[in-house]
Design a binder for this molecule. Structure first.
Ligand code: KG4
Ligand code: ZN
Length: 407
């Protein structure tokens, strides 16, 4: 996206991380384990961020068939796969458990039943092999993933958008975040999954194996968004929080109207699915863009980002969406920030991002626990210090920005 800047950052990374003093520590290896939602992931990584081996079991197709994630089904699938996935990651990396320096595992936030499987497995593993344990906050891991490839310095602004969350935060350090805004109801990925399900996109020949977000992105490419002018949420609320439930309601009403017009039952593909997909994706993108724009202005007014080369990081499963990336890039170009996104493969859940978060914490000696310490999982957990009330009090009005993108 910014070839020269990225090249410079890569050169800096190679210089910094290739230097002799750091090479002395390169032998430290971390096993990362992820089970917070519907992906069982594991990876072994060295301290430079090199992936030595990884394995990922996605439950996506099962949940697509059952029409959404049933927590007990997700739990059972994690239970059936965790041992094999971790074993595969270790074998592919040619690393014996005895050579690991630590095990990092997602313990919050997420589905309790899913988190429990990863945590129970990890607890047994670290005790058996007498290894330090690093509990990981799933959203912290999404926020730091970008630093695996580029030495993005703190502080930076981060927009995280996934199936379970949407939030804007200033990342000031590996475990130091200021939360500017978060979703008041559902997450954008959840909304897109539910819209895709309501449209029965699983029956669409091109979409049967895609997540809701992926399906909407694909269909939107040939859609006309102007046929469904949905309202961007929270136009009269001048903060950085998000809301997607109202948009889903607007979309559902439009679908019902079209079904009545076309005389078809719910569960049959509408002729205008591409237009609805394009309009939904566009409205999600505009909502994210407006809240992010306000967060940028708030950060600038309060000196929260560096004046030279300020960065916006976009990550989480929904950040693999190209249209959303392009929309956010209009905002960063307008405001003088640089947009950085991890490669799409690392935006969705995986064990690599957890291993990397473990490496970051290991380097700084933060949150490293002895093998016998008792840790509980937490289905709900904010990221950092909540500043959303201060942002709301600032009531920042934004200049209008024209968002025009070819699908
Ligand atoms: O981060 P993630 O893998 O899991 C959670 O932590 O939630 O995100 C999964 C979400 C799903 O809701 C999925 O529909 C969405 O990310 N997603 C996308 C795209 N790829 C995945 N949403 C929009 N466009 C995409 N290309
Ligand atoms: Zn995630």
């Amino acid at each position: 996206m910014f070839p020269t800047k990225v090249k410079m950052l890569l050169q800096l990374r190679n210089t910094l991380w290739g230097c002799a003093s750091l090479k002395a520590h390169c032998s430290r290896l971390v096993l990362g384990i992820e089970t917070s939602c519907d992906d069982t992931g594991a990876a072994v990584m060295d301290e430079t961020g090199k992936i030595l081996g990884e394995s990922l079991h996605s439950q996506k197709e099962v949940h697509l068939r059952t029409g959404g994630i049933i927590p007990t089904v997700a739990q059972q699938l994690h239970r059936e796969n965790i041992e094999r996935v971790v074993q595969e990651a270790l074998e592919r990396s040619h690393v014996a458990p005895s050579r690991l320096s630590a095990v990092a595992t997602t313990v919050k936030p997420g589905l309790g039943l899913s988190l429990g499987i990863g945590l129970d497995f990890s607890r047994r593993f670290v005790r058996q092999h007498n290894k330090p344990f690093i509990p990981i906050h799933h959203m912290e891991a999404h926020a730091l993933t970008v630093r695996m490839h580029l030495p993005v310095p703190f502080p930076f602004l981060v927009l995280l958008v996934s199936g379970g969350h949407s939030l804007l935060a200033v990342a000031r350090g590996v475990d130091d975040f200021l939360l500017l805004g978060h979703s008041l109801d559902e997450a954008p990925g959840d909304t897109m999954d539910k819209v895709a399900r309501r449209l029965s996109l699983i029956k669409h020949p091109q979409c049967s194996t895609l997540s809701g977000g992926q399906a909407l992105e694909l269909l939107a490419k040939d859609g006309d968004r102007s046929r469904f002018p949905f309202r961007t949420p929270m136009g009269q609320t001048y903060d950085c929080c998000f809301s997607f439930a109202g948009l889903r309601n607007q979309v559902n009403m439009a679908i019902m109207k079209k079904e009545a017009e076309e005389g078809i039952e719910q569960g049959t593909l509408l002729s205008c699915v591409k237009d609805i997909a394009a309009a939904t994706q566009h409205t999600v993108a505009c909502h994210l863009a407006k809240r992010t724009h306000r967060a940028i202005v708030f950060c600038k007014e309060n000196g929260m980002l560096p004046s030279s080369n300020p960065i916006l990081v976009l990550s989480g499963g929904v950040a693999s969406n190209e249209y959303i990336r392009k929309t956010l890039s209009i905002i960063t170009e307008t405001t003088g920030l640089h947009l950085l996104c991890p490669p799409a493969k690392f935006c969705t859940d995986n064990g690599v991002m957890i291993a990397w978060n473990g490496v970051e914490r290991l380097r700084e000696g933060k949150g490293i626990l002895p093998p016998n310490v008792d840790v509980c999982y937490e289905p709900k957990a904010l990221l950092g210090v909540d500043m959303s009330a201060e942002v709301r009090a600032a009531a920042i009005r934004l200049p209008s920005v024209r968002i025009k993108i070819h699908n």
